[in-house]
Design a binder for this molecule. Structure first.
Ligand code: 9MJ
Length: 670
């Protein structure tokens, strides 16, 4: 890379990053893949580390680092932040529109700007000369809290506006947490035994009021802007919708569902349309908002108390309803995890009838003190599985029953156990449990396990239901005639499937261990176990303590592995698989691999190799003591480049990491 003036390069990078942020967050139309964007960010970070004097407060790198604040300072809004009046019925909306027309003395259909009403946190952001200087919560409308340090970490919030913004611009909008991010956040919290949030709104509020912005930066917040506070140096356009369009040009996200409608009929049609989309939106909304579009008319209408006469929120029916919990049943998943499922008195919520809800696990049942017979509040958010929010304790009948974890698997009657420190309870039946069998077979045959092409869900279901296949070992006794007798199976596909099953017998120890579906043993762990022990026998003989010596294997995983291998029926299945000829190349133990020719070397693979798949390449590197990682850094020893490489090649070149083509790589492998 040519030597370049670092100051100039930093400016170029910032401009490029800001442009791509705008394409991504505001226009929803990215021009480059995420990996390339990451490369630009990385270059800027490294440049700023080498030249700290080049860092500016608006640099895209400055969204994360600030230190915690002691408490949140108070901000007085120079223009108060309004609230909205609510309409709950069509009649309420008709009355609102009538009042508007009476005040305006017009019989014509009034033009309204309509948009979804987000269920998040109202904020006001102050930009001076295009730079974000302050962000505050609504508070009581007059005084809010300063949350600048946290708002700066939200990627959809520009730190600097595009184009030629006015001298002063205060914009108002709603900060919210998208449903997917909310779910992931709660799953992480739950896994760590921390407190979970009741809904995305609380999660967004809690996150925004965090004193440590480094925590906020890790949580997925998003924003839509919908209005103005104080402005200076801007001759406002004639319409509210035009204000929003201008905000968008300055780089501020506005709702893509904004529409200009006419008259009360237009409003109600919009309400129905958005209501239908509601369940599939990636965030929660609790209604729609109608605002008189003409600013002249808004001025004529004015305010009552703290709400404008020119706007109203039309609410959707509640997402939360109460119903009675009839029973709790336990479902068994692939790894035997028992999930309690609530059987409810059917109830209409969020547009559908709900009769089942998840209760996640026993900890959750105990924490919420849910009992059979209780009246419970059920919530359905977006398209996620309905859940029980809480119990209405004062409606508890005297004969309400405490939910107990069954001691035996409801399907195969094996012992159910709960490992200390884990929330989930599991059936110990393993490959023997009928409920786990279908899922286990699907996993066993999957591409990264034994890779049996053509063994699809429909075939597995038939094989299990007929009792023909009870464990993966039974697959190896299947004949073309038997398979051809199944539904959706022609003679030709049956022949192909038998050939695929035959081919799968030749595998690797890592794939075999992964295919067994031991709880908590994913591909990486299976690879680590395989290269550490070198043979199945060595692993089968290892104590829990010895298993824990494998890099990245902790007590929980070690306990699962030991327990799985100790179950007599799992031992039988493993023996039967080997009896059918499932085999793998003998492998040196890690002790030997450690001294192997690639010991301590880190590889990154990019592009397609002719002679082997990426997985195979990884296995060969591991067998010689080397390691494969996903991203290129200064610590990478080699980047192996196949046909059509990705951005990793450019990164390797930039960092000066040695690059191997396929031939050089094969030579290295010997
Ligand atoms: C929300 N929550 O989505 C307003 N809002 O306008 C929209 N809130 C609002 N507008 C004036 N879209 C006061 C509040």
């Amino acid at each position: 890379m040519p030597a370049q003036d670092p100051k100039k390069r930093a400016r170029e990078l910032r401009e490029q990053i800001e442009w791509h942020n705008y394409r991504y967050h505001v226009l929803d139309d990215p021009e480059i893949p995420d990996a390339e964007f990451d490369l630009l960010m990385r270059e800027l970070i490294e440049l700023e580390q080498a030249h700290p004097e080049l860092v500016t407060p608006e640099s895209p790198t400055q969204r994360v680092g600030a230190a915690p604040v002691g408490s949140l300072p108070v901000v007085t809004h120079s223009v108060p932040m309004l609230s909205l009046e609510n309409a709950f019925t069509e009649e309420d909306v008709i009355a609102f529109d009538r009042r508007v027309r009476e005040r305006l003395e017009t019989d014509d259909g009034v033009e309204y700007a309509a948009e979804p009403k987000l269920d998040g946190l109202a904020v006001s952001l102050r930009y001076e000369h295009g730079r974000l200087v302050q962000a505050a919560t609504r508070g009581d409308g007059v005084r809010g809290e300063d949350v600048t340090h946290n708002v700066r970490t939200i990627k959809a919030v520009p730190l600097r506006l595009r184009g030629t913004p006015p001298e002063l611009l205060e914009v108002r909008g709603e900060i919210f947490m998208p449903l997917a991010g909310f779910k992931a956040l709660n799953e992480r919290a739950q896994a760590r035994g921390e407190k979970t949030f009741v809904n995305p709104r609380n999660a967004a509020a809690g996150t925004l009021r965090q004193l440590d912005p480094r925590l906020t930066a890790r949580r997925p917040l998003d924003v839509y802007f919908y209005g103005l506070g104080e402005t200076r140096g801007w001759k406002l356009p004639a319409r509210h919708s035009e204000i929003l369009e201008q905000l968008r040009e300055w780089g501020l996200r506005i709702s893509p569902l904004l529409e200009v409608v006419r008259g009360v009929e237009g409003c109600l049609a919009y309400y129905r349309e958005v209501g239908q989309q509601r369940a599939s939106l990636p965030y929660e909304i609790d209604g729609v908002v109608y605002k008189v579009n003409s600013l002249i008319q808004q001025r004529e209408l004015g305010f009552i108390a703290r709400a404008p006469r020119w706007a109203i929120a039309h609410k959707f029916p509640a997402h939360e309803v109460s119903t009675v919990l009839r029973d709790v049943e336990f479902q068994v998943g692939r790894t035997g995890a028992l999930t309690p499922v609530a059987r409810l008195e059917p109830v209409f919520v969020g547009g559908v009838t709900v009769s089942n809800a998840t209760l996640h696990n026993m900890d959750e049942i105990e924490r919420k003190d849910v009992r059979i017979g209780d009246t419970v509040i059920v919530r359905r958010a977006g398209d996620v599985i309905p859940e029980i929010v809480k119990v209405v304790v004062n409606k508890r009948p005297p004969d309400a029953r405490v939910v107990r974890l069954p001691k035996k698997c409801p399907v195969c009657k094996s012992d159910v156990e709960r490992v200390a420190g884990e929330a989930v309870a599991r059936c110990t039946g393993g490959l023997y449990c009928a409920a786990q069998r279908k899922e286990a077979l699907r996993h066993f045959a999957s591409r990264r396990a034994l890779d049996i092409d053509g063994l699809g869900t429909k075939i597995i279901d038939q094989l299990v239901e007929s009792g023909r296949v009870k464990s993966p070992a039974d697959l190896y006794g299947l004949t073309v005639e038997e398979l051809a007798g199944l539904e959706r199976m022609a003679a030709k596909s049956a022949t192909k499937l038998v050939a695929a099953i035959e081919r799968s017998k030749q595998t690797t120890l890592a794939r075999f261990l992964y295919a067994l579906g031991i709880p908590e043993v994913g591909e990486r762990t299976a690879e680590a176990l395989a290269s550490y022990f070198g043979s199945l026998e060595a692993l089968q003989e290892a104590t829990e303590a010895q298993i824990q010596e494998v890099p990245d294997v902790g007590p929980v995983v070690a306990a699962h592995v030991r327990h799985f291998l100790d179950q007599p029926h799992n031992r039988e299945v493993i023996a039967a698989l080997r009896g059918h000829g499932v085999h793998w190349p003998a492998q040196a133990r890690r002790a030997a691999a450690e001294g192997g020719p690639l010991a301590g070397k880190t590889f990154v693979l990019t592009g397609t190799l002719d002679s082997m798949s990426r997985e195979q390449a990884g296995e060969r590197i591991a067998a010689l003591g080397g390691k494969v990682t996903g991203s290129v850094s200064k610590k990478t020893d080699y980047v192996v480049v196949g046909a059509e490489p990705g951005s990793k090649l450019a990164k390797a070149q930039a960092l000066g990491v040695p690059i191997l083509d396929e031939r050089a790589f094969l030579e290295l492998l010997g």
